[in-house]
Design a protein around this ligand. Sequence first.
Ligand code: 6R9
Length: 566
Amino acid sequence: MGNIGSYEEKYKNFEWQLSVKELEYGKDGMYNLAYYCSERICEKGMADKTALIWEGFQGNKKKYTYNDIRLYSNAIAQFLLDNGIKPEERICLFMDRIPELYISFLGVLKMGGIVQPLFSAFGEEALFTRLEDASTCAIFTTMKHIRKVRKILHKLPDLKYIFVVDAGNKKLEKFEISFNMEKAQLNEKFDIYKAGPEFPSVLHYTSGTTGKPKGAMHVHSSLIAQHITAKWALDLTTDDIYWCTADPGWVTGTSYGIIGPWASGVTQVVLDSGFNTDKWYSFIERHKVTIWYTAPTAIRLLMKEGAGPVKAHDMSCLRHLISVGEPLNAEAVIWSQEVFKKPFHDSYWQTETGAIVITNFPGMTVKPGSMGTPFPGITAVVVDPKKFEPIETAGTVGLIALKPGWPSMFRTYWNNKKLYDEKFKNGWYICGDRASIDNEGYFWFMGRDDDVINTAGHLVGPFEIESALLEHPAVAESAAVGKPDPVNMEVVKAFIALKPGHEPNADLELDIMNFIRKKLSPLAMPQAIEFVSSLPKTRSGKIMRRMLRAKEWGEEIGDTSTLEND
Ligand code: 6R9
């Protein structure tokens, strides 16, 4: 089982065209990726195959075949058209990991809409920023989250529809329309929008150091890369039971929680519930999960519980383990080899890259602590930070850079071509991470090259936290940085300078925390606050977050003149 055996052979002859041929991508002028995730699988004789097994947090279960997801996504697409929504309009998905989230993702794409998934734990401020930026016209949500939408609706003139998927008999307000997927009029033959390969598909927001979060715009032909990486890097085959633990509010949850697996005709399982060691192992055992894609924070949490809980379950079903989102420490790889009898394989990529670009392939010797080697078809190097030229000397740290042109590359930042252009230097796409390459071509991650905080695999921009803090009447200025944490790798720490007349004390700290809690998602919440009399700045007045960060990590601060461009 698996695609492992022939990997070396395939690597030698790789071209993206291989994926195009396998998918028959573009056949009869069809480039819409949603077609390849539902109709095509049915046409290939797998209509009755299970596409999704879902378990809710209360243990409730649902199961959908490929024919079900085909019909339901058709119904959603028709429903959107019936409401006058037009191709290229932005439709946000703001739901927990319920079946409607996964299926409406395809529904939006089938009518030519641009799908904008947002993490349901976002607070109203985080939601507002992203809906405003995208001029989103409709949002799918549930009664659990509708309160946040109602609060900001008056500030969003473009938001015309709120589709509530579980309203039942509950009273809805203006602009709110009840939509029950399973009771919707089924549509055997929906006329799927004839999107071209370069037609916009998914808009994922990601955080940077400065400014608001930016929307990475993807196109339908991203499928070419998502399909072949799902096959070769995740090793998905039609015999597998696959579990991706990521939420589709983040890119891993769409590229490899919807598109990759469904375009491969895989049965995937979803657990809509928070982390719990026993729950997770039982879930794997119960569904006989064969391929598991998760994140280092989860692995570290499992490690903390030791081998005991692993032994209490039958984990022999697992055949391939992959990790993403943060540095995968060597200890985690060694531990997984000990307890699961197989190592976690690292995979490196970004919202902007759309698909895995560097990975420890199945069948490859894993060097614990290394991310692996570039995916075939990807030219990845490290460049020096001044001239952006590839570094030839093994072991020298530089910026990870990719040669533009891979199929799933983002095509722009929404409404921000300037920022997009700034990501390219000397003909390379600069990822914003630092790494070195050893003499066998393996990449070793060093850290980010900006001030973005990676907490439990989620990128948090300091700007959003600092903006929320600044709205508090006592805060004069603030800086948010990552502070080491044994499980989450980093957590947010805020340094705050107060306005005259305010004294630092525990009551004020609590008041500030409560104030920002309403604005930020739980993961962006500072775990620590330190009051300072002033913040370190460059001569031009920029806050030197890196200096504060270095102190937290016990690192050499070094020559401060190089810390920020003055
Ligand atoms: C897919 C995803 C991207 C950033 C990326 C880097 C960090 C991702 C990693 C990793 C070390 C890995 N990152 N994979 N760091 N080792 N294997 O996570 O997308 O949310 O955009 O984050 O995450 O810093 O630049 P995104």
